[in-house]
Design a protein. Structure first.
Length: 208
């Protein structure tokens, strides 16, 4: 039954994702539905999902992501992306989404990477030095993606230090955070994650 559910979820997503290619062979993937509960749906209904390979040679933490059209532009895509990175941390899977990214996918990821890097840098002491490698290690965002985020925010000063390191303008960083509504708190509450007991994953490519 769960295999059928995953197949139907994949087929449904094909209506909105031209690049969606996996429909029936779902056994090698894990699916993570996003459930929204409200007064009309106290038991919740699925508003989106992301999937990832159980074994990724490229160490991807996400293969496919979709928020269904009625619930788009509410920040739910950022929740799914954040969840994929948190799960990646817990699995020791240092990676990112499957490439190449679509135009819409890149827009969502640039937004997430920028906000995460911004939060991290603003949490640092004033005038402290930090390497891109360190930002990457702390956020689990690949170094190339950290650099892409810094360029997107346009916060790198034209001058460099004597060792060739770049300098981030923290005033511009704070202004960018305010303009884009970046809060100090992370996108998701990592304390709300429940560790899966051994044997709970079923054979049909679904995760409980």
């Amino acid at each position: 039954m769960r295999k059928l559910y995953a197949q139907n979820l994949s087929l449904f997503s094909k209506l909105f994702l031209d690049t969606k290619s996996v429909f029936f062979d779902v056994n090698t993937f894990l699916y993570y539905p996003l459930i929204l509960r409200n007064t009309d749906h106290p038991y919740g209904h699925v508003v989106g999902f992301f999937s990832k390979e159980k074994m990724s040679w490229d160490n991807n933490n996400l293969a496919c992501i979709l928020v269904f059209p009625p619930w788009q532009k509410r920040g739910l895509g950022q929740v799914l992306i954040a969840a994929s990175y948190e799960l990646g941390k817990r699995e020791g899977r240092f990676g990112g989404p499957e490439r190449p990214l679509s135009a819409l996918g890149r827009k969502g990821y640039i937004s997430f990477w920028s906000a995460e890097v911004c939060r991290y840098l603003l949490s640092r002491p004033p005038k402290s030095a930090v390497m891109v490698e360190t930002i990457s290690d702390e956020t689990y965002i690949l170094q190339d993606d950290v650099v892409a985020a810094l360029k997107e925010m346009d916060v790198i000063e034209s001058r460099e230090t004597s060792d060739g390191s770049v300098i981030v303008d923290k005033t511009k960083l704070k202004t960018w955070a305010i303009q884009h509504g970046v809060q100090e708190e992370p996108v998701i509450d990592i304390e709300a994650f429940v560790d899966q007991e051994e044997g709970e994953e079923d054979e049909d490519g679904m995760s409980e």
